[in-house]
Design a protein around this ligand. Structure first.
Ligand code: 5RP
Length: 260
């Protein structure tokens, strides 16, 4: 790994804990003005101080994020589909020059293993890895799950391992039972979990706790933070689990206190 790649990775995965809390707000790229993200700037403003990185598209970063903000950007460089059509029909929408102009600390796309356009999305990832390796920019591969797929350790392990073999530097996947098998499938490549649909806060914190206990490097969480009744409380609680090794009860207490 070259110096630039290591430097960018260490801005996202904090060397002190070896863990990370990424805040994902890229949902609009295929689902439009998602609840909580109509004004992304307003939503993320109180959260940025607790996030290690922000996952976002180039349009959103330019429209809603202050360029002076001290937050590493994980730039979503793929899209081309919408919730009205086949989700796996994803293309690369942003070239590496624009990612460099934005000063991206990482670039990201989704890979739809088992989806109709599986090969196209693997091709997207492989091209990003080539560009990322050239310029020292890590690539985060998202194991997106099509409607027909079962989110079990067998499927997520398969999808995650393919991303590793293609050259991803970080894998983002979903939490499932036997999650340690998904982590093992990725070898030394860090694995983070998406939060998925909004859950009751305690369940989302339990999932975070289980994921890091099973070997996840952290989270790349969106709706379970910004759709919470206390987004600041939630991100602080998630952070306490990920970076400080707090228990579920301790983390929930942090959320409740901030909510009050
Ligand atoms: C969409 C994404 C989202 O960033 C990801 O799903 C994380 O958000 P959430 O925690 O809301 O699931 O990659 O493809």
């Amino acid at each position: 790994m070259n110096w630039g790649m290591k430097n960018r990775l260490s801005r996202i995965i904090k060397p002190a804990s070896g863990r990370c809390v990424m805040l994902a707000v890229d949902h609009g790229y295929f689902q439009g003005p998602t609840t909580g993200l109509t004004d992304i700037g307003k939503t993320v403003e109180p959260l940025l101080q607790y996030a290690d990185a922000l996952m976002i598209t180039r349009g959103a970063v330019r429209n809603w994020i202050d360029p002076a903000a001290e937050i590493p950007i994980i730039l979503r460089v793929s899209g081309g589909q919408s919730i009205l059509k086949e989700l796996s029909n994803e293309i690369i929408t942003t070239n590496i020059d624009d990612a460099i102009r934005i000063n991206a600390s990482a670039i990201t796309c989704s890979v739809y293993i088992g989806g109709e356009y599986e090969k196209q999305t693997i091709d997207n990832l492989s091209k990003l890895v080539d560009e990322g390796e050239k310029y020292g920019i890590p690539v985060l591969a998202v194991t997106a799950v099509g409607k027909e797929m079962v989110r079990d350790a067998r499927y997520l392990g398969l999808a995650s391992r393919i991303c590793v073999e293609i050259g991803a530097h970080i894998v983002k996947t979903y939490y499932t039972e036997n999650f340690e098998k998904v982590v093992a499938a990725c070898g030394n490549v860090p694995v983070v979990i998406a939060g998925g649909k909004k859950l009751p806060e305690k369940e989302a914190l339990q999932m975070t706790y289980n994921a890091v206990s099973d070997g996840a490097t952290g989270v790349d969480m969106g709706r379970n933070i910004f759709q919470s009744d206390s987004p600041v409380g939630m991100i602080q609680a998630v952070r306490a689990i990920v970076h400080e090794g707090k228990s579920l009860d301790e983390a929930y207490e942090i959320y409740e206190q901030e909510k009050e």
